[in-house]
Design a protein. Structure first.
Length: 266
């Protein structure tokens, strides 16, 4: 892979350099997360790997992420910061909120862009971006994001997917990728700094995440890693980034890992 910034990522390159980090923009790669994890110990906080052609991306629960060449952004950001376990639990949500804000900026005014716990960004309830955080051997975290940029409606990967193009974005894929990624990078790094600072700064980050989360207050179908499925009400996000639920018996608890579906009935 070349470490020379691609012209299509000029704004992102500037943001990365201002953070004292590096950007790698391969023309094609299997997985940006895998690429960055492989060299994480040699890279600075804020380093980025990004491409418009990822061939072997993965999502949560080892699912395949379909990424048509030239129509999707795959990007990974290295976070190396003094975060405790509770704060690390917020990283997927912080990243989702940062991507939500970045996407809003390239869509027509009034677009409904929200975060579904724990790691999906949705436009009008349809998925446009997934987030995957993975821990490196040195304890750093690689925050990966996959964004549907210019996939037309008739070629979307699932019936519940969308793209920036379908939602009304006007630019081509390289311009959208650069705008979204540069804003995402700045927002994530600012939020991480807030979590490290603690106190009111950290609480401000958590408040922004909670405000952007469309899962809170919804009836949900929750599938747990052991295959257990239940319906419940999502009541909030606790201090560890867990979704808090109230089950049908009225009992409340926090859930750290699970697959959430928003139910369309009360």
């Amino acid at each position: 892979m070349s470490t020379s910034p691609s012209p299509s990522f000029s704004a992102t390159s500037e943001a990365v350099r201002s953070a004292g980090a590096t950007i790698t923009t391969p023309a094609e790669t299997g997985s940006t997360n895998a690429d960055l994890l492989a060299v994480a110990t040699e890279q600075q906080h804020g380093s980025v790997v990004a491409t418009l052609h990822q061939t072997a991306g993965r999502g949560r629960l080892n699912r395949t992420w379909t990424a048509p060449a030239g129509e999707t952004l795959a990007a990974s950001l290295l976070v190396r910061a003094d975060l405790d376990d509770h704060d690390r639990g917020w990283l997927p949500l912080v990243a989702g909120t940062a991507m939500r804000d970045a996407i809003v900026a390239v869509l027509p005014v009034g677009a409904e862009v929200l975060v579904k716990w724990p790691n999906d960004v949705q436009i009008a309830g349809e998925k446009v971006c997934g987030i995957l955080c993975q821990v490196g051997v040195d304890g750093s975290v690689v925050v990966g994001a996959g964004v549907n940029l210019t996939i037309p409606a008739d070629r979307l990967p699932t019936p519940t997917s969308t793209s920036l193009l379908v939602a009304g974005a006007a630019d081509d894929a390289p311009a959208l990728a650069d705008a979204v990624l540069s804003a995402f990078l700045r927002s994530v790094l600012e939020a991480v700094a807030g979590l490290v600072t603690g106190g009111p700064a950290a609480e401000s980050v958590r408040s922004r995440v909670r405000a952007a989360c469309s899962t809170i207050g919804r009836r949900i179908r929750l599938e747990l890693p052991d295959g257990t499925v239940e319906e419940a009400e999502a009541t909030g996000i606790d201090d560890g980034g867990r979704i808090t639920i109230r089950d049908r018996a009225g009992a409340s608890r926090g859930v750290a890992v699970g697959d959430v579906t928003h139910l369309r009935y009360a």
